[in-house]
Design a protein around this ligand. Structure first.
Ligand code: GMT
Length: 372
């Protein structure tokens, strides 16, 4: 199949998932055309079946806001016409679904029928898409898509709750390449991070308010009162400088390291003991799934789709949003009982295997086949 994939090229979960999907489909022999404004971060090296088409957004003195959506729709038309693309798969509704609708209409005038699949990822529905500035266009373009998928049951239900959707939303869970994430720790790296074999807590996110990163710091302060430990932060975003300030004001600031944006998450996960995700909402929580694939138990909230991924008392623990004391207690339960910890590590891996790339990618292929 010749598939066009549209996504955000950044470190965000939707872009990561879309890029990994494209790479997996290319490995299976399909031709994949990425249409984005930058090379996606997880797309490196050369693959015979992968093509990258940049969306150029020319500026003009009149444009206070360069019309990205128009540029995107025009690039979609150009790529489809010149590469025999048979289907467009857009990740994140805004503005990808409406740009795809526009491209579809332009091509229809030329007698070309191009199916559009929209995959909803989370904030496109729960935060941004619900805003009345966007919601009429989001609702319309979802309904005009040939198929809609959501990355969890929770997100599907939230979409039905917040928008007037006239068709079925299929749940296709996010996935992880378990083989890639299940790595041996690099001893030299571990030694640098925890020279005296301290326990390592990890958090990775885009440091938005919805992630409640301050709760990670609070949990770490509680945990390090009881056992020697280190905290690693991966990622960057609007809340990062406030979090750095919070850390600097605490007694444990020397035990906290900010690693910034990282491409080799598997190496960082391999040295980590526990992954902390105290989000106010996650439609899925791809970062938690990647942690579980690396045998790292997850301490998370029970918000949104996290309950479908992390199993309380099995692959980790779930707490109410903001219940720092419970999250601290659960972290200590794992880190002070070696037998239990090893059991949870193995459970985390078993749970991640249910979302393995080899199980989920065929679900997308089957969906594409219905329309091509
Ligand atoms: O908030 C983020 O983490 C970024 C956002 C995105 O679209 O890049 O993530 C959303 O999509 C991910 C991939 O499907 C999910 O794993 C995240 O849970 C979801 N974020 C939220 O719902 C807040």
């Amino acid at each position: 199949m010749n598939i066009g994939i549209v996504c955000y090229p950044t470190f965000g979960g939707s872009g990561v998932l879309a890029t990994e999907l494209g790479k997996a489909l290319a490995d299976k022999g399909h031709n994949i055309h990425f249409i984005t404004y930058q090379q996606p971060v997880r797309l490196s090296g050369f693959h015979a079946n992968i093509f990258y088409h940049e969306v150029r957004v020319p500026t003009y003195p009149l444009f206070d806001y360069p019309p990205y959506e128009t540029a995107l729709a025009s690039t979609m038309v150009d790529v489809i016409l010149n590469n025999n693309v048979e289907l467009l798969h857009v990740h994140y509704a805004i503005p990808h679904a409406s740009a795809a609708f526009m491209a579809k209409q332009i091509l229809a005038k030329q007698g070309i029928k191009i199916p559009v699949i929209t995959t909803l990822h989370g904030t496109d529905i729960t935060l941004v898409g619900r805003d009345k500035t966007y919601s009429p266009v989001v609702t319309f373009s979802m309904n005009e898509s040939d198929a809609i998928t959501a990355v969890s049951k929770n997100l599907r239900d939230e979409t039905y709750r917040n928008f007037k959707i006239e068709k079925d939303i299929e749940v296709i869970y996010n996935f992880v390449d378990v083989k890639r994430f299940n790595r041996k720790p690099i001893a030299a790296f571990k030694k640098v991070i925890s020279p005296n074999d301290e326990k390592i807590l990890l958090h990775a996110s885009n440091f938005r308010k919805v992630k409640r990163v301050e709760d990670v710091v609070k949990v770490f302060i509680n945990v390090s009162k009881k056992i020697p430990s280190k905290l690693l932060f991966v990622g960057d975003g609007p809340e990062r400088s406030a979090i750095e300030r919070l850390c600097r004001e605490s007694d444990v600031h020397n035990d906290i390291r900010f690693l910034g944006k990282q491409e080799q998450m598997e190496d960082i996960l391999a040295v980590s003991d526990v992954f902390i995700l105290p989000s106010e909402y996650e439609s899925f929580g791809l970062a938690a799934l990647e942690a579980m694939a690396a045998e790292v138990p997850v301490i998370s909230t029970n918000a949104g789709g996290l309950t479908e991924i992390n199993v309380n008392g099995y692959s980790g623990f779930l707490s109410n949003v903001g219940d720092v004391e419970d999250m601290s207690k659960n972290t200590l339960t794992l880190l002070t009982d070696e037998k239990k910890f090893l059991q949870y590590k193995s459970n985390a891996l078993s749970q991640a295997k249910k979302f393995d790339i080899h199980i989920i990618v065929p679900e997308y292929e089957a969906l594409y086949k219905k329309f091509i």
